[in-house]
Design a protein around this ligand. Structure first.
Ligand SMILES: C[S@@+](CC[C@H](N)C(=O)[O-])C[C@H]1O[C@@H](n2cnc3c(N)ncnc32)[C@H](O)[C@@H]1O
Length: 201
């Protein structure tokens, strides 16, 4: 885990929640629409104050984040909160309809581990939706530089590299939107292949 990034977000959680604009529902919805089952249970990994998951309708909305300050903010918005690293989620196999990772993957050291965990917790027909920034664009290069100056330990994927890794963990990946802010989604078409997989119902 990029511990420095987590402690910064922990410290500035209230300010972050106050200053950041609401997430754009249509951007997330374009990825969630690929789900092949109703989207009722959603986990927002690296969700901070739950900016992304707050923009969508679902019966059960949970933020998973290692920063306690961020989880406290998420709870003020009526969201469920679990503390944990995105690459080791304290969530059972095959119990979630959608996993969102919005503006967070580049802050997480074990990015492939996050994708594998998403695959593990998704039910068949469930979808992973990642919103990220393309480091090959002009604004992306500026963002990479700005995060270095700020002291973040960030690593950015290009859309095609992320889609390839989403495929590699066993999800059916596609780039839903290109651009500085882009979306990659991956659908779980089968049971997650883990013999210990359990349906929770
Ligand atoms: C830029 S904030 C984004 C928060 C939220 N997703 C949003 O869109 O506003 C990045 C978040 O990633 C979280 N984070 C950092 N390292 C993490 C890790 N290893 N696992 C899960 N989340 C992590 C931080 O605590 C922070 O809440």
């Amino acid at each position: 885990m990029a511990v420095g990034d987590v402690s910064t977000f922990d410290r500035f959680a209230r300010v972050y929640d106050l200053l950041m604009p609401a997430a754009r529902r249509s951007k997330l919805q374009a990825g969630l629409a690929l789900a092949e089952r109703p989207v009722e249970r959603v986990v927002d990994v690296g969700g901070g104050p739950g900016r992304a998951v707050r923009a969508i309708d679902a019966d059960c909305r949970v933020v998973a984040d290692p920063a306690r300050g961020m989880l406290a903010q998420a709870q003020t918005h009526g969201l469920g909160a679990v503390q944990g690293d995105g690459s080791r989620l304290p969530i059972r196999n095959s119990v979630v309809d959608a996993v969102i990772v919005s503006d967070a993957l580049h802050h997480i050291a074990d990015q492939r581990g996050v994708l594998e965990e998403a695959r593990r917790v998704l039910r068949p027909g469930g979808v992973l939706v990642v919103r990220e920034f393309d480091p090959t664009t002009l604004r992306g290069r500026a963002l990479v530089a700005a995060e270095r100056v700020w002291g973040f330990d960030s690593t950015f994927y290009s859309p095609d590299a992320l889609r390839a890794d989403v495929d590699a963990v066993g999800l059916d990946g596609q780039v839903v939107e290109h651009g500085f802010g882009y979306t990659v989604a991956g659908v779980a078409r089968t049971e997650n292949g883990n013999p210990k997989a359990e349906e929770s119902e």
